[in-house]
Design a protein around this ligand. Sequence first.
Ligand SMILES: C[S@@+](CC[C@H](N)C(=O)[O-])C[C@H]1O[C@@H](n2cnc3c(N)ncnc32)[C@H](O)[C@@H]1O
Length: 226
Amino acid sequence: MAGQDTIECVTGAAAKTSGISSTFLGLLGTEPLAGSSVLDVGTGWGRLALELAPRSRRIVGIDREVALIEDARRRAAAAGIANAEFVVADAEAGEYHAFTPDVVVAHLCMSDAIVERAGRVLAPGRAFGFVAFEAEQWRETGRRSRFAYDESRARAVLDANRFAVEHLEIERETQQYASLEAALAAVVGLEDKWRSDGRWFRYIKYLEEGGRTLTRSHLIVKARRR
Ligand SMILES: C[S@@+](CC[C@H](N)C(=O)[O-])C[C@H]1O[C@@H](n2cnc3c(N)ncnc32)[C@H](O)[C@@H]1O
């Protein structure tokens, strides 16, 4: 799924909070979170969950990585947040009913399996909001992530799972670097991951041929269960 690709924050011209798109937070902010139980799928260390907790009745963050869930619990305790719960769970196995969500959110952790589960757990009228890697993410590496969504694929899977799209936009930024060193510095931290999936050598080739850009592209969606 998208979440396995790497931890990557939205960047771009729009103002951000905690590395999360302000557009996305604004879309969630129009939901009645104060009376809602929110499920954050692929919560990681709880970046989105901890952001939403003060505005929500309750939030449950799930992630399959034990260390990240423990980190999220520590961060919640340190921040004095008592209405956030963090659970180790595989978001693509089983169902979400045990978490009793009124709203499902996912930030950079997206797959058809997650959309299917959100569609089954949410009652008609309930919202599902997510940010996913978009097809143009890191296009300079010459390899599209198998977890990336383009607009048509996102619309198709949402429709198939009885969601009406209320908002869909792409936040994309292509960063231009003045030198080879700057272009390499921009991807420090990604080398191991990109070596393992073949993108590193393609990016190096791109740089050797004079390329000096790196594109980040995210799909921001709010949909409502029909
Ligand atoms: C790119 S990170 C995003 C984390 C967090 N949402 C954020 O924005 O900071 C993707 C997260 O999804 C989690 N993940 C990936 N596949 C998962 C699955 N099948 N079940 C649960 N968590 C998953 C990863 O462990 C990782 O923490």
